[in-house]
Design a protein around this ligand. Structure first.
Ligand code: FAD
Length: 533
């Protein structure tokens, strides 16, 4: 009897709890629906030069990673900086009663939804052209260009080349925006010499999470300037940037040599980045695993210095390491440079028969990845999932990392390049938000695998993600001490550990410049506080 009674009581309690939960959820849903409709009408009333789009917003819910999809409420197409400031100020004034957040979107080349927001506002930064891209101090020793935060690096290259100038530091792919790469770091083969792109910026115009427009430099509003560089979009929207320029070469001597031994490859890379007077202008490298036809495909664009020996080079399926170098050429210094290059190469320990060279226009060299993009797009292979893993590995552990990862975990590199090259920490400004390993030299290891959509096999997303996890677990167990580049984490603890000593400063800057956590929610570092009362 008492058992029956207890069971009835339990059922009744469960019924009450369930009804209460349904009621609560309905209230929240109703409240949210009211919030949305009142948000939409108040946003529609904003006096903007550009416009807010509420209908066709799906394109803003996709990115290059092709794995995350958050549908926004609206997309802002700003025509002026004040469009961005008024929209953010409006949301800031709504306080915690609104759950609206704001994500700046460059070209959407993020990997895990970092430029997205669910039910928030995406700012299409490419619409922002407050003024023409302007080159200054052309004949001075320190020329620079003022650009919009939504400008593509390829456009900056085209415009500055008209003056015989170009930015000093690049990324491998130029169809990325200024705001997008400065929010991360912007690293390529020039970084050993000039530092990442964030080390080559003189001034920024920022719209904070309160809707203020602030100019900042190393001297003026320096806390915001430092915070925004490498700051993952957390403290403000970059609406304008002043970028350092240098005289541009006309042609580039582009060199590839092969190694059978990782330690010899890395030793030469390190020697080259530390060389007095820097013998090259660009130093990168990549790993070749299980790719037999590769050297034949190079013959289309590179010439072997020793064609006969090169054709007889047998690597029997072994893993190869390719050192990639470039030397900038000007019309009048070609012979001297060629002689210098020859001498420097003679000091390296690559397999002698594997020296491949070519000469290309500077612009073609910098825009080289775009050629692959065009090919991949034509085959429908550009818009596939990209479960990429980008790591910064301290120099003292790179050999151990290579043994464990290239020797055991990665079995082929046919679905995307694996790029490996060292940079000097001294060229990075430690006051910025960018996170790197502690050592003076560290390597960028970029495992840029494309997945086959819908495949459950070794080329499928799940399998590649599992492999990425194995790499991270191996590194953790081996105490490699790496940092993620273009970081992605799911918990606050992981973010805290990623930032390490910089976490306190990062949190302080967030509460100063974006106290309601309106900006860049796609990183999932901070969550906007919402009150439903
Ligand atoms: P998005 O992906 O749109 O945005 C990136 C982040 O920045 C988001 O959090 C966004 O909210 C924020 N953001 C965008 N604009 C602004 C702004 N104006 N103000 C504030 N925050 C903003 N990176 C390298 O460092 N080196 C490389 O060599 C390199 N090669 C690449 C090659 C390819 C093919 C691809 C797809 C990416 C490569 N990247 C490289 C990564 C690139 O730096 C990132 O994808 C970066 O996100 C830039 O892309 P985006 O301009 O499309 O920005």
């Amino acid at each position: 009897m008492s058992y029956l009674h207890a069971s009835l009581l339990r059922k009744r309690t469960m019924l009450i709890v369930r009804s209460f939960t349904i009621l609560l959820l309905s209230c929240i849903a109703f409240k949210l629906a009211c919030c949305f409709s009142s948000s939409i009408s108040s946003l529609k009333a904003l006096p903007l030069v550009g416009h807010l789009e509420f209908e066709h917003v799906h394109h803003a819910s996709k990115d290059f990673g092709n794995r995350y999809q958050l549908i926004p409420l609206a997309v802002l197409h700003p025509k002026s900086v004040s469009d961005i400031a008024s929209t953010i100020r409006h949301i800031w004034m709504m306080g915690t009663h609104s759950q609206l957040t704001v994500a700046a979107r460059g070209r959407g080349h993020s990997l895990q939804g970092q430029a997205q927001t669910r039910h928030g506002i995406v700012i299409h930064m490419e619409s922002l052209h407050p003024q023409k891209l302007q080159v200054y101090s052309v004949d001075s020793p320190a020329p620079y260009v003022d650009v919009s935060g939504g400008e593509l690096w390829i456009n900056i290259l085209h415009e500055t080349l008209k003056y015989g100038l170009a930015p000093k530091s690049w990324t491998d792919y130029l169809h990325l925006t200024v705001g997008g790469t400065l929010s991360n770091a912007g690293i390529s083969g020039q970084a050993f010499r000039h530092g990442p792109q964030i080390s080559n910026v003189h001034q920024l115009e920022i719209v904070t999470g309160k809707g203020e427009i602030l100019n900042c430099t190393k001297r003026q509003n320096s806390d915001l300037f430092n915070g925004v560089l490498g700051g993952l979009g957390q403290f403000g929207i970059i609406t304008r940037a002043r970028i350092a320029l240098e005289p541009a070469p006309t042609m580039v001597k582009w060199i590839r040599v092969l190694y059978l031994d990782f330690a010899a490859f890395a030793k030469d890379q390190e020697q080259l980045i530390s060389a007095q007077g820097h013998k090259f202008d660009y130093i990168e490298g990549f790993v070749i695993i299980n790719r037999t036809g590769l050297l034949n495909s190079w013959r289309l664009s590179f010439t072997a210095e020793e064609p006969l020996e090169a054709s007889q080079f047998k690597f029997d399926g072994r893993t190869l390491y390719c050192l990639e170098l470039a030397k900038y050429l000007k019309q009048d210094n070609k012979d001297v440079i060629n002689q210098e290059v020859k001498e420097t190469l003679s000091e390296l320990s690559y397999v002698t028969s594997t020296l491949f060279t070519t000469e290309v226009a500077y612009e073609a060299f910098l825009d080289r990845v775009h050629v692959s993009e065009v090919k991949l797009r034509s085959k429908g292979q550009w818009e596939v999932p990209h479960p990429w893993l980008n790591l910064l590995v301290p120099r003292s552990k790179i050999n151990e990392f290579a043994r464990g990862v290239f020797g055991n975990i990665l079995t082929d590199t046919s679905n995307g390049p694996v790029i490996v090259y060292p940079v000097n920490k001294s060229k990075w400004d430690n006051q910025t938000s960018a996170v790197t390993p502690e050592e003076e030299v560290f390597y960028l290891v970029a495992i840029l695998t494309s997945a086959s959509p819908g495949s459950a096999g070794k080329d499928g997303v799940e399998e590649i993600l599992r492999r990425n996890r194995r790499i991270l677990e191996f590194s953790e167990e081996a105490g490699i001490g790496l940092k993620q580049y273009l970081p992605h984490y799911t918990t606050r603890e992981e973010w805290r550990s990623h930032f390490g000593d910089k976490w306190g400063e990062f949190v302080r800057r967030k509460s100063r410049y974006d106290p309601l956590a309106i900006l860049a929610p796609g990183h999932r570092i901070f969550q906007k506080a919402v009150s439903y009362s």
